[in-house]
Ligand binder design. Structure first.
Ligand code: GLA
Length: 385
């Protein structure tokens, strides 16, 4: 059994077993486990080639771009074994460069918002690009999801995957320190998708990496995710102000549309008139996962589509989960299969530290210092019922 699989089992035995990961430690590769391969996807304006890598294992197929570490496609089977691309995206590079609302993107250095794009660390104040109303969002206007990554494939035992590396220079997007980043996308023999993030710095800085994949378990372009159900192990969430910056309070979800402790239909919750829902134009909040910060991935949530039977479970080391119900999709973008994406046609589940942590001393810290390593792991398991 590989270290990674042992880790997942330790963190979330019951759920992982249910999703078919348990017992996947045999040496033989499951069908579909070809070595990762690449093809040219496009060229940036300066001529840089962008490749699309395909990784397939255990019934899951992931397509990843060297631009932005973008998950361009995530194919998973339904209850009859028919596969669909369960992630929103584009079929060409130009759309990703010109108009992507972070479809599938690797987010850094800081996932979600930093108030006024400003924070103070060790007595120095840093100004980040303000790119979302008065705030800085997802690492600034040229964050990790818009940078070119070095990509290396690997096959380890029955696992298949990609290692993405990049050195973010000191001062990039206003953040201090040279950040050496390594992100691993891995598919296991049972088709689970694991992401490991690692980073080191040469000066004190902040780090909060995540993946901005938009899920639609019925298949991208098939319409709304309103009928999906979500169950999330979170008794609290972080309420926000009108600019979506946390107020600092960890509020109880009981009696609010934020209560997903039992599986709930998303459409109904995103339409409940509640001041917080109004601020987000739907759900666009950070849930405080009951498990807290952990060194092994612990159970976070179950997303299910009753129509196709597809089920995704997420396990993470992170203390928070940004659940964004695709509120800003407005029917102006044509996705991978050529259909327009309208409001709520996909949703994001971003494992993370809480938004604006650099300005919120009571939140778990996102400070990274030289000599220590930032580590974060999130596992997605797929099954059908
Ligand atoms: C995150 C934010 C949302 C929105 C999307 C991208 O999920 O919380 O408010 O900015 O990214 O459109």
């Amino acid at each position: 059994m590989s270290t990674s699989r042992r880790t997942v089992l330790a963190g979330a035995a019951a759920g992982v077993a249910a999703a078919g990961l348990a017992g996947a430690g045999t040496a033989h590769a499951a069908s579909g486990a070809k070595p990762p391969a690449r093809e040219l996807f496009g060229r940036l304006a300066d001529g840089t080639k962008v490749y699309r890598w395909t990784v397939a294992n255990g019934g899951t197929r992931l397509k990843v771009l060297s631009y932005g570490g973008i998950v361009q496609s995530l194919e998973i089977p339904d209850r009859r074994g028919a596969t669909a691309n369960a992630s929103l995206g584009f079929g060409n590079l130009d759309d990703y460069v010109a108009r992507s609302p972070y479809f599938g993107a690797l987010i850094g250095r800081y996932g979600n918002r930093v108030a006024k794009g400003r924070f103070t660390l060790d007595g120095r104040t840093y100004q980040l690009p303000v790119n979302d109303g008065p705030n800085s969002l997802h690492g600034g206007d040229k964050g990790f999801g818009k940078q070119v990554w070095d990509v290396e494939p690997f096959s380890r035992g029955s696992d298949r995957g990609l290692v993405l590396r990049r050195i973010s220079p000191d001062g990039e997007m206003g953040y201090p320190g040279t950040l050496k980043v390594k992100v691993t996308y891995m598919l296991t023999a049972r088709g689970a998708w694991r992401i490991d993030y690692e980073a080191t710095t040469d000066r004190a800085t902040v780090a909060n990496l995540t993946s901005h994949t938009y899920f639609n378990l019925a298949g991208e372009g098939s319409g709304s995710v309103d009928g999906h159900t979500l169950e999330m192990a979170a008794a609290r969430y972080t309420p926000v102000d009108a600019t979506l910056i946390p107020t600092g309070e960890l509020a109880r979800v009981s009696g609010t549309p934020f209560d997903f402790r039992r599986a709930r239909t998303i459409g109904e919750r995103a339409r409940t008139p509640h001041q917080q829902v109004l601020y987000g134009k739907g759900l666009d909040h950070n849930w405080v996962l009951d498990k807290g910060v952990t060194t092994v991935p612990g159970y976070a949530l179950t997303l299910a589509d009753p129509g196709s039977g597809r089920v995704m479970k997420m396990y993470t080391t992170e203390p928070g989960m940004q659940f964004y119900s695709g509120n800003f999709l407005d029917g102006t973008l044509a996705g991978t299969s050529g259909r327009l994406y309208r409001q709520g046609d996909g949703l994001c589940l971003e494992s993370q530290h809480f938004p604006d942590s650099p300005n919120q001393p009571s939140f778990p810290s996102t400070v990274l210092r030289p000599g220590t390593t930032y580590r974060s792991t999130t596992v997605h398991t797929f099954s059908a019922r």
